[in-house]
Design a protein around this ligand. Sequence first.
Ligand code: RIB
Ligand code: CA
Length: 313
Amino acid sequence: MRKFIIDTDTGSDDAAAIIIAALNRNIDLLGVTTVAGNVSVEQATKNALMTLEVCEADAPVYIGAGCPLLSERKETISVHGADGMGDCGIINPKRSAQTKRAVDFILDTVSEYPDEVELVVLGPATNIALAVLTDRETMKKAKHIWSMGTPGFGPGNATPVAEFNVFIDAEAYAVMLESGIPITIAGFDLCTGKTGLGKKELAALAGGNKIGKFLERATSQLLQFKLNTRQTYMVDLPDALAMAAALWDGFVLDSVNCYCKCCTQRNETHGQVIFYRQDRTYEAVSDMYKANAEVITEVDENLFIEKLIQLMV
Ligand code: RIB
Ligand code: CA
């Protein structure tokens, strides 16, 4: 059975990703680690615990980094609401997090199951970078990283060139990219097509099972944000797309191998990831860099919506 760890700054799209994994009987969800990003690490931990509880899943939750590797925590607007989950009072978990720290859990688990553990990284990559910096050789035994990060080949959502997860901890993303662990990236550009939940899908969730109802409420502030800023009745779920890429056969239709370079300078490029596509020739780059990630370029949008809704109605 495939073995997974989810690393998450649990907002509502992380919750959708956790739901996909928690309801999948063909994988072993060994644990969930939390990190500051959408919300504080304490709030992310409560949100992860609550999401698992709604799914009746008992995966342990481990608290991770409360701030990026090299900077203070940046206070950003949470598009998912102040609690990251729609601000409608649905976060009252009964369970608590484990006392072991997230980084120790990640390292111990990779050590226990060499070449088997797949990490789905849905927030800033701080915990992963800390694990790599603590014990690089052990982390090389991680089987795969599925990352929601970068704008893909579209514009940024945190700045014109940077996607939120990478922008929040660019140094950590750079460490993760250079870790030598095989990485697949689901960028934010995958959200721009028909992978969002519209009126029909949100109504289906609202009338669905308890998990559907939970997710519909958790995404309500995100919907409000989209209505206010884009006049669009739509909720996008970038983290759920990364999870679908990891778990659902036939979902990823195309991808390209790239050398990905994360810009860490504190200027306008902070958090930008430059993709040197291996299927292109660059006139000023004579020695092509070796690919360090596979970047998804096309997914089956209909399959995503169908399978996601099926889980919750
Ligand atoms: O840019 C989208 C990403 O930032 C998602 O992971 C979302 O949850 C936030 O963390
Ligand atoms: Ca996230």
